[in-house]
Design a protein around this ligand. Structure first.
Ligand SMILES: [Mg+2]
Length: 223
């Protein structure tokens, strides 16, 4: 099977460090600024605003607003990457999946700054563990990224793991199994729109990454 993983909130906890990364970026770029911790808290709130669901969208490529493409934000992403920790022993999980013969790919959206996702994958030490890295949202839409996977690797079952299940709506094909990794900081957005989950066929919910092996077993049995 092709097993595809999102990055933030799926393989790594890059959420609990958002505020501290802002504090460090402020320290570097705005040393003179007073109340840096308070500013960091505010910026962290603002960043979570951008994480909110856009149900059924993701149809287009987008360019983020200019204030998110600054040196300051670049430093923030780098500090965030340095502070980020893998979830559920993710590196071991990726290795185990490959050992079992699965094709393991990184399938996630570009950050506000071009090329940043790959840089963060490298800092996290996960980059080398993937068979392929596919980044959508800037040069490619999700659908184009998905078609690219199909062209490169054929029609076998695509197991798509993401902490933001709203991203699944309207994407994939009949050979896609959708796995929602329940990650509390982003899951709270889903609670308010639970009924939309009914729009996703073949949806599995896991709270621990290692449960992916149970999903794979079930899928093999059912198909
Ligand atoms: Mg995510």
């Amino acid at each position: 099977m092709i097993v595809a993983f999102d990055f933030d909130g799926t393989l790594v906890d890059s959420y609990s460090v958002i505020e501290e990364a802002f504090r460090r970026a402020l320290e570097k770029h705005f040393r003179w600024l007073l109340f840096k911790s308070a500013w960091a808290k505010l910026l962290a709130k603002l960043e979570m605003y951008f994480e909110r669901p856009t149900f059924g969208k993701h149809k287009k490529k987008s360019r983020p607003p200019f204030f998110l493409r600054t040196k300051f934000m670049e430093t923030w992403f780098e500090e965030r990457a340095r502070l980020t920790k893998p979830l559920d022993d993710a590196p071991e999980l990726l290795k185990k999946l490959k050992e079992e013969g699965h094709l393991v790919i990184s399938f996630s959206a570009e950050d506000f700054i071009d090329g940043m996702k790959v840089r963060r994958l490298k800092i996290s030490g996960l980059y080398e563990l993937f068979d392929d890295i596919i980044v959508f949202g800037r040069e490619m839409t999700i659908d184009e990224a998905f078609q690219l996977v199909r062209r490169k690797y054929g029609n076998e079952v695509f197991v798509w793991v993401d902490d933001k299940p709203w991203r699944f709506i309207g994407h994939g094909d009949e050979n896609t199994e959708y796995v929602w990794y329940y990650f509390p900081p982003t899951a709270k957005f889903v609670e308010k729109n639970r009924e939309l989950l009914a729009l996703i066929p073949h949806l599995h919910v896991i709270r621990d990454l290692w449960s992916i092996f149970d999903v794979i077993k079930r899928v093999k049995f059912e198909r």
